[in-house]
Design a binder for this molecule. Structure first.
Ligand code: ADP
Ligand code: ZN
Length: 603
C-alpha cells in the first residue's frame, strides 16, 4: 500500500484505514492511470480522488452536476485544511476571477466545476495552462440517456481524453447495473480504465417492505416510534403528493418539507439547505431529490409509492445511513401501486423495446416485494452478488413470512374476473366474492353469478392480498383502455384448469404500533442510557460550532465520531486524535472544546 496515501488518510481525514477498494483506486490514479469506480452510496468514493489530489502535483478538477452542493463539499474540505474551491454560476464575476487566479497561481488542491462550465473554450484553455493532477467525473451515470439523471453536457466530457491525454481520469458512480457501466466506459472513452467494483451490500440498512393499510398513519407511527428527531427522506410518485404529505406531517408536529422539480429554484435550494444544516428535517420528495446528497446521517428513507425498478429502490434507499450507523429503508405498497405503475409504463412514450425492458425491471421490483425469503439476498442477487446466509436485518428475516396454499382462492378470484366479463376493478370483484349487496351488484345482477358469495372464507384484506399477488405475478392485469378493469392473461389457464397450484404469501400486517413496542433501530440505540446527557451536550456544542462557521453540523464531526468519543472517553488531544474522524485540522480547530465538554461529564 502507498505509505503517503495512508498517512494522508490518517492525518488529514483522521481515519485509521482504507476501505476496500479505496487504496487500489488511489494507487491507480497516483500512477497516472484511469479508473472507473462503482461503489455503493456511503462507500467512500470521494476519498478515491481527494487523496490523489493531495499527492499528485497540480490541481484536481472535480466535475459534478450538483452545483448546490459544491459549497458544502468545499467547506468540508476546508475544515480538513485542504485548499479547495469551486466554479459555478452561483459566483459573481469577481469571485470567479479570484478562483481562476488561485488556480493559475497553483494555490488549489481541488477545484469543483459544473460540466457546462468546464466545456467552455475559455475554461479549457485556462486548464491547458495549469498543471492538472487529475479529472474526477462524479455521478458518472449522468452520461446515461436511460436514467433520469441524464445531463447532455456529460456526453461532451470525452473531450477531456482528447485534450488532456496525459492527465488521469476517474469516473465514479453508485449506479449498479452493468449496462450503465458500459455506457460510462464508452461515452467517456474510458476503455482502458481499471474497473473497481465494491460490494453492494449496505449491512447497516434494515430493509422493510410492508402492505399499505393507511399509509399516512403507518408512516407516522414508524417515524414516531423509531425516528423521532431524525433526518429522513420520504419518496412519493407525484409532486402533488409530496406537498400534501409534507403538509400533513407538519400538522402532526414534524418538520417536513416538499421537494420536486416543479418548485422554484430558490425554494428547492432553501429546503435542501435546511435538510443539510438542521438536525431533524424530513424531506418529502419525488425522485428529483437525492442525487449526490452528501448528508451522512439520513436515518431513514421511506417509500410511499413503489419505485419503478430495483435499481431505483437500491439507489434511493442507499441515501440512508452513509455514515455506517443503523438506518431504515421502509416501504409500504398495495395493489393500486402495482396497477398505477403498470399503467404509467403502458402509456409512456418509450419504444416497444424500451417498454419491455422497463416491464422486466418493474416485475423484478414486484418480485422483491412479494418474496418470502431474505430481501437482502434477493436484492444483491439482482446485482449478481451472492450473500451466503439470510441477513437477519430485513423484515422477512426478522419476522419470517408464512405462505399458504392459495390455489383455491386464486381460482375463485380468477373465475370471478371471468364471470363478471373482465370489466371491473378489484373492489367490485371482492364485493361479489364476499356476497355483498351494493348498488353496482344490483345494477349488473351479479348476485346471480356462480361466483357470488363464494369467497366468504377470506376477509376483505386477504382478498386484496390475493389480487395483488395475482397482478404482481402476471396472472391478471389492469387494462387501461377499459378504465383499469382487471383482465386475465394466458398465464391463468393451467391454474384454472387445475393443472397448477399456487403458494401465496401471508402478509405480515405491520400494525400501527404503540410507542417503543417495536424493534427499533434508533440512531442512538447503541448508547447506554447514562451517556445521553453527554451525547446531548456534544450535539449542542456541534450545533453551536456549525452555526459559527456557517457549515452543516456533520461537517464538524459525524455522529459516529462523537459516539466513539463517548466510549473512548479521551482526556487529552493525543487520545482524541486516535478517534476515527478526528484529523489534525479538526483537532486543532475543535479539540479543546470537545475535550472540555467530555471532561465536564467525567468529574
Ligand atoms: P460516497 O460518495 O461513496 O457516497 P463518501 O465519499 O461521501 O461516500 O463517504 C461516505 C462516508 O464514509 C463519509 O462520511 C466519509 O468520510 C466516510 N469514509 C470514507 N472513507 C472512509 C474510511 N476509509 N474510513 C472511515 N470513514 C470513511
Ligand atoms: Zn434478510
Amino acid at each position: 500500500m502507498n505509505k503517503t496515501a495512508l498517512s494522508v488518510l490518517n492525518t488529514v481525514f483522521g481515519y485509521p484505514e482504507f476501505r476496500s477498494p479505496q487504496d487500489e483506486v488511489i494507487e491507480t490514479i497516483i500512477n497516472g492511470e484511469n479508473a472507473l469506480v462503482l461503489m455503493p452510496t456511503g462507500g467512500g468514493k470521494s476519498l478515491c480522488y481527494q487523496i490523489p489530489a493531495l499527492i499528485r502535483s497540480g490541481c484536481a478538477i472535480v466535475i459534478s452536476p450538483l452545483i448546490a452542493l459544491m459549497q458544502d463539499q468545499v467547506n468540508a474540505l476546508t475544515q480538513l485544511g485542504v485548499k479547495a474551491s469551486f466554479l459555478n454560476s452561483s459566483l459573481d464575476q469577481n469571485q470567479a476571477f479570484d478562483v481562476e487566479q488561485a488556480l493559475r497561481q497553483g494555490q488549489l488542491d481541488l477545484l469543483y466545476i459544473a460540466p457546462e462550465r468546464l466545456i467552455q473554450a475559455r475554461m479549457l484553455s485556462l486548464l491547458q495552462q495549469c498543471p492538472i493532477a487529475l479529472f474526477a467525473i462524479d455521478e458518472a451515470h449522468c452520461v446515461s440517456q436511460w436514467g433520469h439523471d441524464f445531463r447532455a453536457d456529460y456526453l461532451k466530457l470525452s473531450l477531456l481524453h482528447q485534450q488532456f491525454p496525459a492527465v488521469p481520469r476517474i469516473a465514479l458512480t453508485a449506479t449498479a447495473d452493468p449496462r450503465t457501466h458500459k455506457e460510462i466506459s464508452e461515452k467517456l472513452q474510458l476503455d482502458d480504465a481499471k474497473h473497481f467494483v465494491a460490494g453492494f451490500d449496505r449491512p447497516n440498512i434494515q430493509y422493510r417492505i410492508g402492505q399499505k393499510q393507511n399509509a399516512r398513519q403507518q408512516l407516522l407511527s414508524f417515524i414516531r416510534n423509531e425516528h423521532e428527531n431524525d433526518a429522513g427522506i420520504i419518496y412519493c410518485l407525484s409532486r402533488k403528493k409530496t406537498e400534501e404529505t409534507a403538509k400533513w406531517l407538519c400538522q402532526q408536529g414534524l418538520q417536513a418539507l416538499p421537494y420536486h422539480a416543479g418548485l422554484a429554484n430558490d425554494v428547492k435550494e432553501r429546503h435542501q439547505n435546511r435538510f443539510l444544516r438542521e438536525d431533524s428535517i424530513i424531506i418529502v420528495a419525488t425522485i428529483a431529490f437525492g442525487m449526490g446528497i452528501d448528508k451522512p446521517d439520513v436515518r431513514f428513507v421511506a417509500h410511499l409509492d413503489l419505485p419503478k425498478s430495483i435499481e431505483s429502490y437500491y439507489q434511493e434507499t442507499g441515501r440512508a445511513g452513509r455514515d455506517g450507523q443503523a438506518a431504515n429503508a421502509w416501504m409500504v405498497y398495495g395493489l393500486q401501486d402495482v396497477i398505477k405503475l403498470k399503467q404509467m409504463l403502458d402509456k409512456s412514450e418509450a419504444g416497444e423495446q424500451q417498454k419491455r425492458i422497463e416491464r422486466q425491471r418493474l416485475d423484478a421490483m414486484l418480485g422483491l416485494c412479494e418474496i418470502t425469503t431474505c430481501r437482502r439476498q434477493t436484492l444483491l442477487q439482482y446485482f449478481d452478488e451472492h450473500l451466503a446466509q439470510p441477513c437477519g436485518n430485513c423484515d422477512t428475516c426478522i419476522t419470517p413470512v408464512q405462505t399458504w396454499d392459495g390455489t383455491n382462492a386464486a381460482r375463485k378470484a380468477l373465475s370471478c374476473v371471468y364471470r363478471t366479463g373482465q370489466r371491473f376493478g378489484v373492489s367490485h370483484l371482492i364485493d361479489v366474492l364476499l356476497g355483498k349487496s351494493t348498488a353496482k351488484i344490483e345494477q349488473f345482477q351479479h348476485q346471480q353469478l356462480s361466483t357470488f358469495a363464494i369467497g366468504t372464507e377470506l376477509e376483505i384484506q386477504q382478498w386484496h392480498s390475493v389480487f395483488r399477488q395475482l397482478v404482481s405475478r402476471g396472472y391478471i392485469y389492469a387494462d387501461m383502455d377499459s378504465y383499469g378493469a382487471l383482465k386475465l392473461t394466458d398465464k391463468c389457464r393451467p391454474l384454472l384448469r387445475g393443472e397448477e397450484s399456487i403458494e401465496l404469501r401471508k402478509d405480515n400486517i405491520e400494525k400501527v404500533k404503540k410507542k417503543n413496542s417495536s424493534k427499533s433501530v434508533k440512531s442512538t440505540a447503541a448508547l447506554p442510557e447514562e451517556a445521553q446527557p453527554l451525547w446531548q451536550a456534544l450535539r449542542a456544542l456541534r450545533k453551536q460550532l456549525a452555526i459559527e462557521h456557517g457549515i452543516p453540523p456533520f461537517t464538524v464531526f459525524h455522529d459516529s465520531t462523537m459516539m466513539a468519543m463517548i466510549s473512548a472517553n479521551p482526556t487529552n488531544k493525543q487520545e482524541l486524535l486516535t478517534i476515527s474522524g478526528v484529523g489534525l485540522s479538526k483537532l486543532d480547530k475543535y479539540g479543546e472544546q470537545f475535550l472540555a465538554v467530555i471532561a465536564q461529564f467525567n468529574g
